[in-house]
Write a protein that binds this ligand. Structure first.
Ligand SMILES: *[C@@H]1O[C@H](CO)[C@@H](O)[C@H](O)[C@H]1NC(C)=O
Ligand SMILES: *[C@@H]1O[C@H](CO)[C@@H](O)[C@H](O)[C@H]1NC(C)=O
Ligand SMILES: *[C@@H]1O[C@H](CO)[C@@H](O)[C@H](O)[C@H]1NC(C)=O
Ligand SMILES: *[C@@H]1O[C@H](CO)[C@@H](O)[C@H](O)[C@H]1NC(C)=O
Length: 667
């Protein structure tokens, strides 16, 4: 409307040619639109001098690095947690000129020096300097298809490397030795989820938001050699009716005690077992949770997570009419020779303005107990937890539930995790997967698109462990030296029929897998009676002496194909069913990479980057063939890209101006 009016007025007042006017109006329109979208999706302080902001747009990602330095600045991705083979962007501002290079660090680099890539896949969008900081904004494709020197940005946890130095190179080019002290400039590698990350802005501008803190009170952290401590605190819910939780985040009483917390969970409890008038706390046991009916997970935190913000039209119902109390469970790892008390927990943001959908949570995976046995000495051991179609069939509504987020957890042996779905014999695309699992960074994920879960669907949680360094078997359990394989799905609309859906190995099949025929129960520990060769061993001794290297394949096959015990809990009842692995008739095949054909002999890439600005504009005057275009967009290693900070020096034709504005808009 406004633009049409403007158009009319201008035409009448100045008698401008029609075509020109359309251009101007479009530009005006884009400028106003641009100004409205300067917000970043994510902001993280990598350290006190380096702030990283980013936004994902389709297949592109835009970063801005705000760094307290006037020297050079770098940002990039490590392949394996080291700098070797890393993909890194280097830039600096010198005398109003910005220099930048898409670089890599050689796998066998002696100096750790970044060298420019053949294919320059980072595009500088903006740069500036103030009294203290250098600010670089740049864009790249999530997958640049430069397999050799760029690391694709995926849904996995990324290993971020970043560097900065007070000095800058003398000239615009990066040559051997021109970056001073690249190793000193390099900061420790950081884990970061770039995609599927939930919004973390703390200052919500919505009205009517209150906060509630559920925290422990001075819990003494256990001393080694005692085992880990699971502490439970019950918080009676009062006077909160029909509220929605819209965000939660961890609160720590001190950075020191935070180090000894491995995970926290908040459950809702339906009844108070004893008629308690006040809050209560004690060491956790399944009895407390069972008696009070605390089966539903409200909030979950594991190391590295900053909290969780629900999607716009979803909230978690907080109502003291249906929820008697909240139970906070904190897992403490023992501390060595020191007395330390902790009062950490969750801060919950809730509002009276209820949103469209009620969120629910569904915990799936392997029951954390000794029936989960992980063989030692392998680079890859896979355990699978099941939520059987038997459980989902009875519980879920016919229209299904919509999964919008997940938190996936293992302990330190975990390397990968995958949540898959089998519907009527067909394996669908995974709901979530992580191939770079880091137990110290288990962030809650949020999906761009919801996944449906229907009655009768069979869900599996697959955990891949690396036990190469372990000499002894590992058992399932909550301690840090035991393992878990667990995921909490977040979905809407809420239902109460299924709040957790786990599986465990059936004891009879476990014994069979371990080659045990008969156990006798004399004394406190069951002893093997037959076969003869194992007779007299306790189960633990048997696991210690077991020939994992040669027997593992058989063991694993029996475990993976046998019946197991499914444990399905509703919000108030726990039930057991016998389950069988899903019968997959049509396995899922992942889509091929979207990257173009690569010529393996020369390693050259035949798809050019759509660098609209240079190609399309030039196109009119001197049309270049496709072959030449490729050369235009692939810069030679020594070529230095330069962007003037004061780009208004040139007189821009409206068309170029339009393209420039368009490009800024695309940020
Ligand atoms: C320079 O920019 C940074 C990042 O935007 C900002 O935090 C800082 O306050 C600015 N410093 C000055 C002196 O304006
Ligand atoms: C991330 O996962 C979603 C589905 O969960 C998928 O559509 C998307 O393509 C993935 N992104 C990348 C870069 O792999
Ligand atoms: C809860 O509400 C009751 C009645 O409305 C009131 O008497 C009581 O003080 C309230 N308690 C709290 C903790 O706000
Ligand atoms: C479902 O559970 C019941 C009871 O344990 C069992 O008899 C039945 O075979 C199960 N059905 C399937 C499809 O696994």
């Amino acid at each position: 409307m406004l633009h049409r009016l403007l158009y009319k007025m201008a035409r009448q007042a100045y008698n401008v040619p029609r075509k020109k006017l359309i251009e101007i109006v479009i530009v005006l329109f884009l400028i106003t639109k641009c100004h409205a979208q300067q917000a970043w999706d994510h902001v993280v302080d990598l350290d006190q001098n380096y702030q990283l902001l980013w936004t994902v747009k389709d297949t592109d990602i835009i970063f801005e690095a705000r760094v307290r330095t006037h020297g050079y600045v770098g940002f990039g991705f490590s392949r394996d947690g080291t700098i070797y083979g890393a993909d890194v962007f280097i830039g600096w501002i010198d005398d109003a000129h910005t220099f930048y290079h898409d670089c890599h660090i050689k796998t066998h680099s002696a100096t750790g020096e970044p060298v420019p890539d053949q294919s320059q896949d980072y595009v500088l969008l903006k740069s500036s300097e103030n009294a203290t900081h250098t600010i670089l904004r740049f864009r790249r494709k999530l997958d640049t298809c430069d397999e050799k020197f760029d690391v694709p940005i995926t849904n996995d946890t990324m290993n971020i490397i970043y560097l900065y130095h007070p000095e800058k190179p003398k000239r615009g080019q990066i040559k051997k030795g021109s970056l001073s002290d690249p190793v000193m400039a390099m900061q420790p590698v950081k884990s970061l989820l770039l995609l599927q990350r939930s919004q973390q802005s703390r200052s919500s501008k919505e009205a009517g938001i209150s906060t509630l803190e559920v925290r422990n009170k001075n819990v003494r952290i256990p001393l080694t050699p005692s085992k880990m401590l699971k502490w439970c605190r019950i918080h009676r819910l009062r006077n909160i009716t029909e509220n929605h939780i819209i965000r939660y985040e961890p609160v720590f009483s001190s950075p020191e005690s935070q180090k000894f917390i491995t995970s926290m969970k908040l459950y809702e409890c339906r009844t108070s077992a004893i008629n308690l008038q006040s809050d209560d706390d004690e060491e956790c046991n399944e009895g407390i949770k069972g008696a009070r009916k605390c089966f539903t997970v409200v909030a979950t935190w594991s190391r590295g997570s900053e909290g969780f913000t629900f999607p716009k039209d979803v909230g978690y119902l907080l109502d003291s009419n249906s929820i008697d109390s909240l139970l906070l469970e904190v897992h403490y790892q023992p501390i060595y020779k020191k007395q330390l008390d902790d009062s950490s927990g969750f801060r919950i943001y809730h509002t009276r303005n209820r949103r469209k959908y009620d969120a629910g949570s569904l915990q799936i995976g392997i029951e954390p107990n000794f029936l989960h046995i992980i063989a030692p000495g392998f680079k890859r051991v896979i355990s699978v937890g099941h939520c059987t179609s038997n459980c989902t069939q009875k519980a879920l509504p016919a229209e299904g539930i919509n999964i919008f987020g997940v938190n996936m957890q293992t302990h330190s042996l975990g390397r990968k995790m995958k949540i898959s779905l089998v519907r009527n014999g067909e394996e669908l695309a995974p709901i979530a997967q992580e191939s770079n699992l880091n137990a110290d960074y288990l962030e809650n994920r949020i999906f761009n698109r919801v996944s449906k879960l229907f009655p009768g669907d069979h869900v599996t949680v697959e955990c891949t462990y690396n036990t190469y360094e372990r000499e002894q078997f590992t058992l399932g359990g909550d301690s840090v030296d035991e393992e878990i394989c667990s995921a909490t799905l977040m979905y809407y609309p809420r239902q109460d029929q299924l709040v957790s859906c786990n599986s465990q190995t059936n004891v009879a099949h476990l014994l069979k897998a371990l080659g045990i025929e008969k156990l006798s129960k004399s004394g406190d520990q069951p002893m093997i009676k037959s076969p003869e060769k194992y007779a007299g061993r306790t189960l633990e001794r048997h696991l210690q002496l077991y020939d994992w290297r040669n027997e593992y394949d058989t063991f694993d096959r029996i475990i993976k194909t046998s019946q197991f015990d499914g444990i399905c809990n509703s919000a108030v009842v726990s039930s057991r069913v016998s389950g069988t692995p899903a019968n997959i008739i049509k396995p899922y095949t992942a889509l091929d990479s979207s990257c173009p054909y690569h010529d393996l002999k020369t390693n050259s890439i035949y798809k050019h980057q759509p660098n609209t600005q240079s190609n399309d504009i030039d196109g009119d005057e001197n049309s270049i063939s496709d072959n030449e275009k490729i050369k235009v967009t692939r810069h030679s290693p020594t070529y230095s890209l330069e962007l003037s900070s004061s780009s208004s020096r040139n007189v821009l034709s409206p068309l170029i101006f339009l393209l420039v504005v368009l490009r800024i808009c695309l940020q």
